[in-house]
Write a protein that binds this ligand. Structure first.
Ligand SMILES: *Cc1c(COP(=O)(O)O)cnc(C)c1O
Length: 456
């Protein structure tokens, strides 16, 4: 097929795709009508499709390609590890060198209270691990009834049954319902959910108090944990007010509730620290991570577990939980090499002091655009909330699909961003340069202008 001209090649692949490949999170019928875009290669912050289009990937794949594409070094590490030891399990008293070294490396970068690292194949699996570990922990402590986990509306914690149930995405819950023992509270989304005249600080405290109210309603003796993303990602890049996390921490401590901080997006540099727990100064009991751990070069995730939880799990006999690919040697070796590249290139500091502030200032300037109601973001993650009327925060009619319109326009001109509701969101590779940020902002601004002219 490679000898065909690009259009024929693409059409042939699209037909094969239609006939055989069921895509994740996709309206298949609509996709089949339109035809899939086939991504064939990538380098740095750019992806290329089968028709030769070059697209600046401002989503870093799916929030994961932190070091950027095309690091040959990782291919060499994977090949060498496959030749040495392609696979072995960690179940029955064995381990492998990369998994041992990666656990030590992740722990050394994690907040000081972290004691041990558990590996999974993905972020969703990490949250399945959390659900099981929370219940196992409290059972070991003699309080098995502390099994309910409180989560948030519009949170995202993955797509397995546990991940989807912990998440607060109504459109996912509607397809099959959620498992028992999970309760949801309001999200800390000031722009959408504040009362008239309510400051961000006041709103942050009110959103946190929803946790206290829920704990009191259920009884603290029934509640095992609270889970939240430091910054909601898939929900639309929602950065909570500064008052939110300190109050959540206080409430979890007061009622003896474990705090799970879902860092699957924020882990490994995105907020300008290795973990957002450090950025927000939160002490978490469990930190699920994945995405940036390997920059997406191979699938691997895990959970960083606090000393107090790890002690109980370690002392509690066999914890009957794990995955065939927990601590997979090739994935672990690639993840460790990925972290070494982040260190060598100083990407975390670069995002904190140079490119992160630069991106945020450029995004903030887009806030003057007539379509942009609110700019949200931190370091290397950002969002524009699009509205019809800025003064009253009135959204566009749903059927206009305003954010999808701008996204389609951006993609057509060579910029990959994502639309979530009425938000345009982005999470560029941490290696993005100031010049590439200029290109991103210029393409985004042109797409906004074009759609603005269309809808006026
Ligand atoms: C992506 C994501 C997950 C799920 O990770 P998968 O690797 O897709 O299973 C969980 N939590 C958050 C915050 C995520 O963004």
């Amino acid at each position: 097929m490679n000898s065909m001209i690009p259009e024929q090649y693409t059409a042939a692949l699209q037909q094969l795709d239609r006939d055989n490949y069921l895509h994740p999170f996709t309206d298949s019928k609509a996709l089949h009508a339109k035809g899939t875009r086939v991504i064939t290669k990538a380098k740095g912050v750019y992806i290329y499709d089968s028709e030769g289009n070059r697209i600046l990937d401002a989503m870093a794949g799916l929030w994961c390609v932190n070091i950027g594409y095309g690091h040959d070094e990782l291919a060499d590490v994977a090949a060498e590890q496959m030749r040495q030891l392609a696979y072995y399990n960690s179940f029955f008293g064995t381990a492998n060198v990369p998994a041992i070294e990666l656990a030590a490396k992740v722990k050394s970068l994690a907040p000081d209270n972290i004691g041990h690292i558990f590996f999974t194949g993905s972020g969703s699996e990490a949250n399945d691990t959390n659900l099981r570990m929370v219940r196992h922990y409290w059972a070991q402590k003699g309080q098995p009834e502390k099994r309910t986990i409180i989560a948030r509306n519009n949170g995202y914690h993955g797509s397995t049954v546990a991940g989807m149930s912990l998440g607060g995405m109504e459109f996912m819950h509607k397809q099959g319902g959620i498992i028992d023992g999970i309760e949801h509270i309001m999200q800390p989304h000031w722009y959408k959910e504040s009362l008239p005249g309510e400051t961000e600080a006041e709103f942050g405290l009110r959103a946190a108090k929803a946790l206290e109210d829920k704990i009191l309603a259920l009884g603290a003796d029934q509640v095992g944990a609270f889970i939240g993303e430091p910054i909601q990602g898939a929900g639309g890049v929602i950065v909570p007010p500064a008052t939110y996390w300190p109050e959540i921490q206080r409430i979890c401590r007061q009622y003896d509730i474990l705090l799970i901080l879902d860092e699957v997006i924020t882990g490994f540099g995105r907020t300008g620290n290795w973990f957002a727990a450090q950025t927000f100064n939160i002490e978490a009991d469990m930190i699920p991570f994945a995405k940036g751990l390997s920059s997406g070069y191979l699938p691997i995730g895990g959970v960083a577990i606090s000393q107090r939880v790890a002690e109980v799990v370690i002392g509690g006999g066999e914890f009957a939980h794990g995955y065939t690919y927990s601590g997979h040697p090739v994935a672990a070796a690639v993840a460790k090499a990925n972290i070494e590249i982040i260190e060598r290139e100083g990407l975390v500091a670069k995002v904190a002091v140079e490119t992160g502030p630069y991106l945020q200032s450029k995004l903030l300037a887009l806030g003057d655009h007539p379509l942009v109601g609110q700019v949200r973001g931190m370091a290397m993650v950002g969002a524009l909330e699009l509205v019809q009327d800025k003064a009253t925060r009135t959204p566009f009619a749903k059927d206009i699909e305003i954010a999808a319109k701008v996204r389609d326009c951006a993609v057509a001109s060579g910029l990959m961003v994502r639309a979530v509701g009425d938000s345009l969101i982005m999470s560029p590779p941490l290696c993005i340069t100031k010049e590439e940020i200029d290109e991103l902002i210029s393409l985004l601004s042109q797409a906004l202008d074009k759609v603005q002219a269309e809808v006026q």
